[in-house]
Every structure is written in C-alpha cells, then in structure tokens.
Design a protein around this ligand. Structure first.
Ligand SMILES: [Fe+2]
Length: 310
C-alpha cells in the first residue's frame, strides 16, 4: 500500500490528528470535511464543514446526535443567508413559530422588531425558550448579523449534566416537584420596573406548570430551571424560591456553562430541551441583531402528561 501524497496527504494527516486528539471524525466520504472540536468538556462543540453539505441535510443525523450529546453547536465562517439558515433548520425538523414566523429578528431595536423588541429584554435572564407552552422548540439557532461593539456574549448551560451531577439527596428532594412558570417572572431581575406596555405583552402568555425534572424519552433527565419559574407547587413561597435559586446556582456553575463570544456570521444552534441560555447585557441602542430560526419540538416538558389540545 502506498501512502497519499501532496494536498491529499496534508488532509489525511490533519484529519488523523483530529481523530487522535478528539476521538471523533465524522464524514462518510473521504474528502468531505465534517470535523468536530469540543468547546468545553461538558458542553459545546464546533463543527467545521462546508455550507453546501450543511444546507443539503447530508449530516442532519450526525448533527441531531451531536446536539443531543453536546447541547450547543457552533458553525463559523460560512456566510449564511436567511435562505441557508432555513434550509439548515428544515434539514433538522419542521420549523417555524406561529407567533413570529420562520426568521425572527432578535433585537432590542424597535425599528428592527416593532412587535417584540420589549419581549427581547428577557433574553438577559437564564431561560429555556417557550416555557409558556406545553411542547417547547427542540432546537433554536441564531445567526449573527450585527454584533454589539462590546459585551453581548451568549451563555449556555447544560441542564442534563447539571442534573446528573446533583447529589442524591437533592435528586430525591426534587423528584416529582412541579413549578409554576410565568413569563413576567423572567423579567424580574432585568426589568424590575416594567411599563404597562411590557406587562401587557408578557401577560398574553399563559402560566404553565412543569416538572422540575424533565424525564426525556431517551432516558436522560434534565433540570427545568428557567427564570420563568415562579413558585414550587405545594411549597411555601420563600422555601420554593430558595430551592429554585439553589437549582439555578447549581446548573450555572462554570463547568456546565459555555460562553459564546460572537463573530459576525456565526451560526449557533442549541438543544432547547437539554440546555438553558441567556445573553450577557449589552448596550440596548447598539443595534445588535441575530436572526433566529426554530426547529419545532415534539417532546412535552411533562412527558407523563399528554399536551393539552391547542
Ligand atoms: Fe431564548
């Protein structure tokens, strides 16, 4: 057998090095690039591939598997249009949001997002998307269109790993507990003095009761620790608040968190069923803009209760 030479040899050695270093090397065709690099040990991976492979859905099975394992996936330097972003999202499952459409502008600017810019103030608190529903989105993805000149990183926490590591006493304590979620609760810290317009916007969304522990169909469990959690059912107000604060502090320890420092054009997608996220505070007038697409979910927060008919 003769060894490959030239450019081919270079690619071979790079890929072999990646395999050795990370123990992961994906791709069914030899010359097709699909390389995975972990961002932190417990959360986040960067995938290097080409845009055509990504939009074609060629690697959708691998991406779905990786997002379940790693929580957050980063794709960098691909010059992704809205059309591309939708194609990527559609390759992973049915897309859309009946309230805001298929491409939603995440912006604090009234010009960019006249109907929901105030709603986006809640992005600064840890949350799982759409705790005001029975069946939240599976995957949310953002593409960076305009960056904040400073700050504005997005933080992600792995709520599966956080649950796994909980002391056994705490697992027993929270087993079976349910939590009342209210959208306005997500704004308690970042908007302590809301306007009537803000309140009206938040109060459109219904209260929901979800378990504190999400029992996923794949056998995993994760914490449902969004700041929309207001009180623990059947527990005194102070005692419940203390428990929710304790779980939130546990789940956001540095080992479970990946902080994404955005570059223009970055596409970041996350498993909304196994992570929570927040944006770090930035200047509200700076024009920071992300385009969001959502892959719909089919797993209710409470897997023991069938979702209510809409
Ligand atoms: Fe969000």
């Amino acid at each position: 057998m003769s060894w490959p030479t030239g450019q081919f040899a270079l690619q071979f050695s790079l890929r072999y090095a990646d395999y050795e270093k990370y123990g992961q090397c994906y791709g069914k065709e030899w010359m097709t690039m699909f390389e995975v690099t972990d961002l932190k040990p417990r959360i986040g991976s960067r995938i290097e591939t080409d845009l055509e492979s990504l939009t074609s859905g060629k690697y959708s099975a691998e991406i779905l598997r990786l997002i379940e394992q790693r929580g957050v996936l980063l794709f960098r330097g691909l010059d992704i249009t809205d059309e591309d972003q939708l194609a990527i999202a559609n390759s992973l499952g049915p897309t859309g949001d009946k309230d805001v459409g298929v491409i939603y502008k995440v912006s604090q600017d009234k010009e960019q997002n006249p109907t929901h810019y105030l709603y986006n103030r809640g992005n600064f608190s840890w949350h799982i998307d759409r705790t005001d529903t029975d069946v939240p989105p599976h995957i949310t993805m953002l593409c960076a269109k305009k960056l904040a000149p400073s700050d504005g990183e997005t933080e992600f926490a792995n709520t599966c790993a956080a649950y796994e590591d909980l002391p056994e006493d705490d697992k027993q304590l929270i087993d079976g507990l349910k939590v009342l979620h209210r959208v306005s609760a997500s704004f308690r810290e970042t908007v302590p003095d809301p306007t009537d317009e803000m309140r009206e916007l938040w109060d459109i969304r219904p209260d929901k009761v979800h378990p504190l522990v999400w029992r996923h169909r794949n056998g995993r469990k994760s914490l449902i620790t969004s700041t929309s959690g207001l009180e623990v059912i059947g527990m005194g107000k102070d005692e419940g608040a203390a428990l929710l604060a304790k779980m939130m502090a546990w789940a956001t320890q540095p080992e479970y968190v990946y902080v994404h420092d955005w570059q223009l054009g970055d596409l970041v997608m996350w498993d909304n069923t196994g992570t929570m996220h927040r944006a770090r505070q930035y200047d509200l007038d700076c024009g920071r803009l992300m385009h969001r697409a959502v892959v719909l979910g089919d797993e209710p927060f409470d897997t023991e209760q069938p979702p209510m008919a809409a």
